[in-house]
Design a protein around this ligand. Structure first.
Ligand SMILES: [Zn+2]
Length: 309
């Protein structure tokens, strides 16, 4: 049996899995700004799930950050009360067994590559576009963490092929300017639409307006498609994955995957321009861009799959 726990900013969710089948699930509010209470809540969830499922499990944990490979301490977490804390060491001491911890976007990629939309694909890039942006890389079923535990963090590269209107770009919370995240997160999409249209609207309302033919909203959605395609094209040039899985709130935009798929050949270094009969005769790529299969459950499922069969 595997237990996966998704430690989020507002809730901690736990799931007990047996061969991909869900045995039990539990959710608690995250004790914000309190590290010791957060530890206790995780232990409480493990105890309750094991009691409910009747067995001892491997434990995987997804966090909104990463464990520094050198120090073993949490870093890059927007749940700031975890930063600099020895979360893995404390949990292992309390549970008396090893605990695997990964970034939540990595858990998303692990989940979709294990038994989701990218099951059995060779190289998978899992993308989160929601409140922020994140990403995870799976190579032949192995999570690629990287030397600094930042592999897949495409959101803090600059937006590629910017037009005059996109350069130098908005400030990002990471301290840089023009990061992909500052264009592709949900809040960034809303800010960008408000700037262009003068209308302060939520993402879903913009999308609805676009589907009804509203010109400003249609333009905002088309620009979003273009930006996502450019950002993913640079990932394809570097990694050339078999499958890109889209996750996070913004991945629920209707027809996002096909719209982006159509734009990719313009930017990807494949079947190079010199060999094309005309600029419009781009051959489609073999890269599959797909929506996720497990939705909001990808975080807990991926955490559970950190211990492979
Ligand atoms: Zn940034």
């Amino acid at each position: 049996m595997r237990i996966g726990i998704d430690l989020g900013g507002t809730k901690i969710e736990g799931l007990a899995l047996e061969r991909g089948r869900e045995l039990a699930r539990l959710r608690l509010a995250t004790p914000r700004d309190d590290y010791d209470a957060t530890l206790r809540a995780i232990l409480q969830i493990v105890a309750a799930l094991e009691a409910q499922a009747g067995g001892t499990a491997t434990i995987g944990l997804g966090i909104p950050g990463a464990i520094d490979p050198d120090s073993g301490l949490v870093k890059n977490a927007n749940s700031t009360w975890l930063i600099g804390r020895p979360l893995a060491i404390d949990l292992e001491a309390a549970l008396g067994r090893p605990v695997r911890i990964a970034n939540d976007a990595n858990c998303f990629a692990v989940s979709e590559a294990a038994d989701g939309a990218a099951a059995d694909a060779g190289v998978v890039f899992g993308v989160i576009v929601g409140t922020g942006t994140g990403g995870g890389v799976i190579v032949h079923r192995q999570l690629l963490t990287g030397r600094h535990a930042i592999a897949g963090e495409w959101g803090h590269n600059p937006l590629p092929w910017p037009d005059a209107d996109e350069w130098p770009g908005p400030p990002c919370y990471c301290g840089k300017i023009g990061c992909i995240e500052s264009f592709l997160s949900g809040p960034a999409f809303e800010r960008d639409h408000a700037r262009r249209s003068g209308r302060d609207e939520r993402s879903r309302d913009i999308v609805t307006a676009a589907s009804l033919g509203d010109e400003d909203a249609s333009r905002s959605v088309a620009i979003y498609h273009s930006r996502l395609a450019r950002a993913l094209a640079s990932v394809i040039n570097l990694l050339d994955p078999d499958v890109i899985v889209l996750g996070g709130g913004m991945s629920n935009l209707p027809r996002l995957a096909p719209a982006v798929t159509k734009l990719l050949p313009t930017y990807v270094f494949s079947d190079s321009a010199a060999h094309r009969p005309s600029p419009t005769a781009n051959r489609p790529l073999e890269t599959r861009v797909v929506s996720n299969a497990h939705g909001d459950s990808s975080g807990v499922r991926g955490a559970a799959w950190l211990w492979p069969a």
